[in-house]
Design a protein around this ligand. Sequence first.
Ligand SMILES: [Zn+2]
Ligand SMILES: [Zn+2]
Length: 111
Amino acid sequence: MNWMLYERMELQRELSKLKAAKKERNDKESKQSNEIASSSNKDDMDMLEMSLGMLRCSVCKDRFKSVAITRCFHLFCKECIDENLRNRHRKCPACGEKFGQDDVRNIFFTH
Ligand SMILES: [Zn+2]
Ligand SMILES: [Zn+2]
């Protein structure tokens, strides 16, 4: 057996063993730090999403609430209420209470 070749093979085996061990450690570490990061971030994101969700118009689920129907005080975005008035539907999308143009008021969020 060629010495050089044998040595190289041994070296290679050692190297791949080291690599495998390193990889395993990295996987574990990154997994742990991911778990910690994601669990705290997730709570924040949940809170944020919940708060934003409450501010979002429940009809289009896209724009933020900007008007109140003063009959029932449900909040929607102006565009959806305008559409509601235009097509003469004129019922609150949440509770079905009838309303007219005069029952719609702008709301204002403050910082
Ligand atoms: Zn809307
Ligand atoms: Zn309503």
